[in-house]
Design a protein around this ligand. Structure first.
Ligand SMILES: CC(C)(COP(=O)(O)OP(=O)(O)OC[C@H]1O[C@@H](n2cnc3c(N)ncnc32)[C@H](O)[C@@H]1OP(=O)(O)O)[C@@H](O)C(=O)NCCC(=O)NCCS
Length: 235
């Protein structure tokens, strides 16, 4: 087993433990158990975790081709490195502060943002133009275990670079990467109904609207607005 494969396996096991703990904890909390009981339920869910599901075909991502660079018109798309974070944060912060497209808290700390965008996902990518990060996306399983063949992705483009096809390229790239990593479908869980550019884009790129969550997003300017669930099977 290569070093990279070992790292990916360790990461898949770590993620499965976190997911199992969270599921156990949340189920116990919702059933009214006290905080201590819920913590124990989380731990026992980890102890009872059947790791064979983690080893099943397609659950462990294939080694990432870290050095591979995809060329688009005027920019490259490649895996993000730790040094890319400051570039991502420069647009992540204003996008989240605006409170119009992502449910992260508007005052999210830089560490929490980095963990959510760079550390927790299976993989994170950047679009780079003239040495500057102008967009980014991540891929991660949308659910643990039996739902892990469906991935979730998040995309952000620097406001200064919008309208130039960066998100289109990122989404096309993400579909190929998702297939390569063993995912079979993609799901967007909370596309804000007022986010016209995103909805136009995702539909154009093959996503089907499978649900509307009434007033599920607390928009900073518009108040409670609907959110769409979009889905695309990866042929
Ligand atoms: C949504 C977002 C990722 C798009 O990035 P982008 O690089 O500008 O996207 P592209 O240039 O590839 O494509 C934009 C498309 O939206 C269209 N568009 C732009 N504004 C629009 C609007 N108000 N209504 C409808 N379509 C619109 C453009 O015409 C273009 O479509 P076309 O290629 O068919 O002409 C970017 O605006 C962003 O980062 N927004 C904040 C974060 C976000 O919303 N992420 C998505 C969460 S689901």
């Amino acid at each position: 087993m290569t070093r990279e494969r070992e790292r990916l396996l360790a990461e898949a096991v770590r993620q499965a433990c976190i997911d199992a703990w969270r599921e156990g904890y949340e189920a116990a909390s919702m059933s009214g158990l006290c905080a201590e009981g819920a913590l124990e339920a989380g731990l026992s869910a980890v102890q009872n975790l059947d790791l064979t599901s983690v080893f099943a075909l397609g659950r462990i991502p294939q080694p990432a081709a870290q050095t591979q660079v995809a060329k688009f018109d005027g920019f490259d798309v490649r895996h993000a490195t730790p040094g890319d974070w400051s570039g991502i944060w420069s647009f992540f912060r204003p996008i989240v502060e605006a409170g119009e497209s992502y449910p992260y808290p508007s005052d999210i700390s830089e560490d929490a943002a980095r963990a959510a965008w760079m550390d927790t996902p299976s993989a994170t990518y950047v679009a780079v133009r003239d040495g500057r990060v102008v967009g980014s996306y991540y891929l991660k399983p949308n659910q643990p275990g039996r739902g892990a063949h469906v991935c979730n992705a998040g995309y952000m483009v620097d406001p200064a670079a919008r309208g130039g096809g960066v998100a289109t390229a990122l989404c096309v790239h993400s579909q190929a990467e998702a297939r390569r990593l063993g995912f079979r479908a993609m799901q967007f869980n909370l596309v804000v109904a007022s986010n016209a550019a995103a909805i136009h884009l995702w539909r154009k790129l093959g996503f089907e609207q499978v649900g509307v969550l009434p007033r599920a997003f607390d928009h900073a300017r518009l108040g409670l607005v609907d959110a769409l669930v979009l889905y695309r099977w990866l042929d």
